[in-house]
Ligand binder design. Structure first.
Ligand SMILES: Cc1cc2nc3c(=O)[nH]c(=O)nc-3n(C[C@H](O)[C@H](O)[C@H](O)COP(=O)(O)OP(=O)(O)OC[C@H]3O[C@@H](n4cnc5c(N)ncnc54)[C@H](O)[C@@H]3O)c2cc1C
Length: 338
């Protein structure tokens, strides 16, 4: 009989891990609280490695990008595309990582962009529509026979998860991939998981003429343009209130106007979500110390990192070596004292 794993969370991390495990023959159940926020729905989905300076972390992100390319080759209906990234950040950024582009090359890649003196182009980086991405991965789970339960998990213990209605579900292994819900779940078991919920927002503009093929990173904004002409712009908020989002929308509109002179932008849609961000900025992926058979996977940049984290989760379940040993949880949490 196949070994069973319960994965808590159906954001990009839980869903991609579930897909990986199901394809490897595990009996997989995903349990997700329909009332909990899902950061994955509000992501810019820029798949990147070029903006990271820590070499080990940059390498990890590069490995994950390679896996996204492989997924796209194997499953062509995956909505990821790889138009690269134009770093329109001016001097002093990106010089080590990417070739400088000339103004005519930049105009080709991003007509209409007000060009700083120096720009860099990083090929092979990707992006995807957030909704299309989550629908696609959901489809993969359905095809792979993953069981899905809509419920809040309130307690975890080795081999058993307890749902809000008191139901206990037994399984061989458990993976906590609940984004910002992971901390409260582990707190119930006595752990203090250092994850901070950082408010973020993606604005969708009105359709405008073709402005940029690649993802564009400026000193103030990260953005990309959909085929229908709408521009998605990601930003951070001090607080996740509607007032803060409105203020930020006004700033974004002003900066967009300066970034693409002569265009007229409006905000059509605002999607606010909290990013789950480990306190030291690096992924927290590994066994929960002291809880036999229980693993955790929480990270920022989860869209970029989902494939490598999914591979790592499977390796952890099967007790095989993996590439994320430096990102284990025991750097941040210990077994609670009795
Ligand atoms: C504005 C914004 C822009 C971003 N841009 C990018 C980007 O360009 N590139 C990039 O790589 N990353 C980006 N990110 C980060 C990325 O989106 C996140 O790292 C990723 O979505 C996290 O996925 P997750 O599966 O860990 O969590 P989530 O997507 O938050 O999913 C959590 C899941 O856990 C479930 N859950 C929670 N608590 C419980 C419970 N007690 N019981 C059962 N289920 C529970 C929820 O229902 C949900 O299904 C961005 C994030 C934001 C907010």
């Amino acid at each position: 009989m196949a070994q069973s794993v319960t994965i808590i969370g159906a954001g990009i991390i839980g869903a991609m891990a579930a897909w990986e495990c199901a394809r490897a023959g595990w009996d997989v159940t995903v349990i997700a609280d329909p009332g909990a926020q899902r950061a994955s729905d509000g992501s810019l989905v820029w798949l990147n490695a070029s903006t990271v300076t820590d070499p080990v972390y940059a390498d990890l992100r590069g490995q994950s990008l390679t896996l996204w390319h492989r997924i796209k080759t194997q499953v062509p209906d995956c909505p990821v595309e790889f138009p690269g990234t134009l770093l329109a950040t001016g001097d002093g950024f990106g010089a080590d990582q990417a070739p400088v582009v000339t103004p005519p090359q930049a105009a080709d890649l991003a007509p209409g962009l007000a060009q700083p003196d120096t720009m860099y182009f990083v090929k092979d980086e990707g992006r995807a529509d957030p909704q299309a991405m989550m629908d696609w991965v959901q489809g993969q789970l359905a095809q792979s026979g993953v069981a899905q339960v809509n419920a809040a998990v309130v307690k975890i213990a080795p081999g058993c998860v307890t749902l809000a209605d008191g139901t206990e579900r037994r399984c061989h292994k458990i993976v906590v991939a609940a984004g910002n819900g992971s901390g409260p779940l582990l707190a119930q078991a006595g752990y203090e998981l250092p994850v901070i919920a950082k408010p973020g927002v993606v604005f969708w503009t009105n359709p405008v003429p073709p402005l940029a093929q690649p993802v564009v990173m400026t000193p103030e904004l990260d953005l990309w343009q959909r085929a229908d002409g709408r521009v998605l712009v990601a930003s951070s908020l001090a607080k996740s209130t509607q007032d803060d989002a409105r203020l930020e929308a006004a700033r974004v509109l002003q900066v967009l106007g300066e970034t693409f002179p002569g265009q007229s932008f409006q905000i059509e849609r605002t999607v606010q979500r909290d990013r789950p961000v480990p306190a030291d900025g690096f992924p927290l992926v590994g066994p929960v110390p002291g809880l036999e058979g229980v693993f955790c996977a929480v990270t920022h940049s989860g869209m970029t990192l989902a494939p490598i984290i999914a591979q790592t989760v499977l390796a952890l379940l099967e007790n095989r070596p993996h590439t994320m040993a430096e990102f284990a949880l025991d750097r941040a949490i210990q077994t609670p004292k009795e």
